[in-house]
Every structure is written in C-alpha cells, then in structure tokens.
Design a protein around this ligand. Structure first.
Ligand SMILES: [Zn+2]
Length: 244
C-alpha cells in the first residue's frame, strides 16, 4: 500500500502531463464509435471540421467521393467550415487486423481535435480486413474509419462503378461516426434492421448494411444510395437539437 502511494505521488509530481493525457483518453468520446456524435454534429464545442486522409500509395481516394463526404457533412452538421488534407504512405501488408489498423492510424495520423476544430481521420488501405474479407469499410473509433479501396474496386460490377460504391461507403462510415442507427440513442422511428444492428432497414438509405459489404452487388438493385433517408436525417436533427 505504501509502495503504491509512493508511486502515485511520484507520478503526480514527475509526470502531470502524462496523467492529464491518460485522463483525457479515458473520458474522450474518441474511444467508442458514435460517442462523438454531438461534437461532430453541433458547432458548440467545435465550429470547424477537418478530414485527414492517409492512403496506401496507389489507393488514393476518389476526389468526387471526398467532395461528396464534405457535402454530406455540411448538410448534416452545424459546422461553419469543412476542410480536407491527404497524404500517401507505403505498405507491404495485404491483410489488416483491427490492431494493425489502430497502429497504422497512430503512426500516420497527425491531427486530433483541438481549438475549434474536430478532426475525422480516414485510412485508405489496399488488401482486406483480416476478420471479414467482405468488408468494404469500417468505423472503429469515435473519430476514425477505414476504407478498403482494393476491395471496393473488386466489388464494382456491371453498370455500377467502383467510384459509385466508394461514394456510398465513405458516407456510410461517416454515418456510423454520428451514431446511425441507434448506436447510443433510441430513434423515435422504427428504422433499425433487427438482423444488422446499427444499420437501416431501408435499402434506399446509405445506412443499409450491404453498403459496406462486398455482397453489395447481390443485395442492391441499381445504383447504391449515397445519401441518408428521412429517418436518418431526422435522428441527426434531433441529436443536434438535444432531443436524442
Ligand atoms: Zn455499417
């Protein structure tokens, strides 16, 4: 007991910065997907939003997909400005576990929310997600998600381009960051798919489960949706207003 006290006092005296960081990490919304919804949707704490993208060389994001994401963020949040930066990096891997994805983000990511700016981080990877090779995208923290660009390219099929799919997946993963569907709140609308938690039961919503699956071709008729439906939008509006 005494020994522990000595260590605690030592830490308090010598490393107050580290303790502060630790505390910040423990209470931050960044640890859980959906928990940063208010910080992203409202302008109270962060009036601006910046999207930082790191991509594996040759798997850079499609510029129209990034523009569409910016537009969807502007449409659904109270932010006064949305900006983007992107940088490439090399990778020799072709199958990524969640631990590896977290490690890559830590190594590549330069900015975290500070001042008046909230940061969303997006990784674009080659290869596949080790735990599920059907995955096209995955939101894995409160402020970050990954897109498997090579898988998106493979998922393209007759009449539906990889670009169309990328547009849908990038908006879908953003939707998870703002807690769609029912991730930490309860919608007044009955629109969560019971078979696919946190996804919409409407296949015309970008939050439909198959949007982030390689099975998208078999599950969706025609062009995949890249916008939220009226129930999704109402949930976001109610969250912004503090009613959810
Ligand atoms: Zn999803």
């Amino acid at each position: 007991m005494n020994g522990l006290k000595v260590i605690l006092v030592f830490m308090l005296v010598v490393t107050p910065g580290c303790l502060e960081d630790l505390k910040e990490e423990l209470v931050s919304c960044e640890n859980v997907t959906g928990d940063c919804r208010y910080e992203i949707l409202r302008s109270t704490d962060y009036s601006r939003l910046h999207i930082e993208i790191n991509y594996v060389t040759e798997y850079a994001p499609d510029s129209d997909a990034v523009d569409l994401l910016k537009q969807r963020i502007q449409e659904t949040t109270d932010k006064t400005a949305v900006s983007v930066s992107q940088n490439g990096f090399g990778s020799t891997d072709s199958s990524y576990s969640l631990e590896e994805i977290l490690a890559i983000e830590k190594e590549q990511r330069e900015r975290y929310k500070s001042g008046n700016t909230f940061i969303i981080h997006i990784l674009y990877l080659n290869g596949e997600y080790e735990d599920n090779d059907q995955t096209l995208g995955l939101a894995y923290t409160g402020s970050s998600f990954v897109l498997f660009k090579e898988q998106i390219e493979d998922a393209a099929f007759f009449l539906i381009s990889a670009e169309d799919i990328e547009k849908s997946v990038i908006v879908h993963e953003y939707g998870h960051l703002v807690a769609l569907v029912n991730n930490g709140y309860e919608s007044p609308h009955d629109h969560e798919d019971p078979d696919h938690p946190n996804h919409s039961n409407n296949e015309d919503s970008v939050m439909y489960w198959a949007i982030e699956s390689q099975d998208i071709a078999n599950q969706i008729d025609g062009e995949p949706p890249n916008n939220f439906d009226s129930n999704d939008l109402d949930d976001l509006k109610l969250m912004k207003e503090g009613k959810l």
